[in-house]
Design a protein around this ligand. Structure first.
Ligand code: 0O2
Length: 264
């Protein structure tokens, strides 16, 4: 069997590769949407000792085949700001799984990665209260586990993990009960923050539409078409908070501006 450092080295390279892919996407999100969903990405390789223990628990030999069969020898934690970011990031990673198909219907190109397993511990939290979205991924022939979670879920999991370690793996019942209720509080916090995020998102979309609408009205005014812009202003007064109605009058107003005057 290879020495431990050599055995895990390709996993280390793999984690850096996927981390870079995620960081690039996060930068694109930031540029295009003005918002980057990923807060931090943490990578870890299991130590030799903890791998031995895990294999022992599974009644497997400490040998290369069983080690490579572990899904979490290499692990990545993708910590997001909001709950709604989690399916977005999971979807992004899954989109890297796609093969390109040629005219004859055969696969071609490089398979970026393959999703081997998926577990949603947010939809169904563990008995302990643990929440995260797990993807087991095979890339370059190696398996690793990606855990996608919010800041609150990450705080809970790392604290619970630390406490478990302190108590030698077995937490006293009263602490387990407390941790479960703290996990629920974390979930309430995540949902409340998510609601606020929805408001901000709607606010941002509304602002963008209003900017376009006001630009259209200004161009109509400047080009002797105030009779049209005045009609749109009166319509705006009555639509209230209806975002779809705003979108539709903004589109109409934009279409009324002679093409040569509109500059993006
Ligand atoms: P560490 O220290 O993070 O590496 P399996 O491989 O499916 O046979 P396993 O590994 O228990 O068995 O699978 P599971 O339950 O899907 O857990 C995988 C990982 O999720 C764990 O790896 C933890 O990182 C995390 N996890 C799952 N449940 C809990 C929990 O109740 N509390 C915390 N803090 N983390 C959890 P490891 O190897 O257990 O730990």
């Amino acid at each position: 069997m290879l020495p431990w450092n050599e055995l895990v080295k390709p996993y280390d390279i793999l984690l850096s590769e996927v981390k870079t892919m995620l960081e690039k996407s996060n930068n694109i999100f930031q540029r295009q949407l003005g918002y980057a969903p990923i807060e931090t990405i943490k990578c870890r390789l299991k130590t030799e000792e903890s791998t031995r223990k895990k294999l022992e628990r599974k009644e497997l030999q400490f040998e290369e085949g069983s080690i490579r069969g572990l899904t979490d020898l290499a692990g990545m934690r993708v910590v997001c700001k909001f709950i709604d970011d989690i399916p977005e990031i999971a979807g992004l990673v899954k989109s890297w799984e796609k093969f390109k198909i040629n005219n004859e219907g055969s696969r071609f190109g490089i398979e970026q990665l393959e999703i081997v397993d998926e577990q949603n511990f947010i939809a169904s939290p563990k008995e302990s209260g643990y929440r995260s979205h797990h993807l087991v991924i095979r890339k370059n022939g190696l398996l690793f586990e990606m855990q996608i979670r919010t800041i609150a879920m990450d705080f809970w999991a790392s604290t619970e993990h630390m406490l478990k370690y302190k108590y030698g793996g077995d937490l006293p019942a009263d602490i387990r009960v407390k941790l479960r209720s703290i996990a629920d509080i974390g979930s309430t916090l995540d949902l409340a923050m998510n609601d606020i995020r929805q408001d901000v998102k709607i606010g941002t979309v509304k602002e963008r539409i209003l900017d376009e609408f006001n630009k259209a009205l200004r161009l109509l005014d400047e080009n002797g078409l105030s009779f049209k812009s005045d009609k749109y202003r009166s319509r705006l007064d009555v639509i209230g908070d209806d975002l779809n109605a705003l979108k539709s009058i903004a589109t109409e107003a934009k279409e009324d501006v002679p093409r040569q005057f509109w500059q993006d």
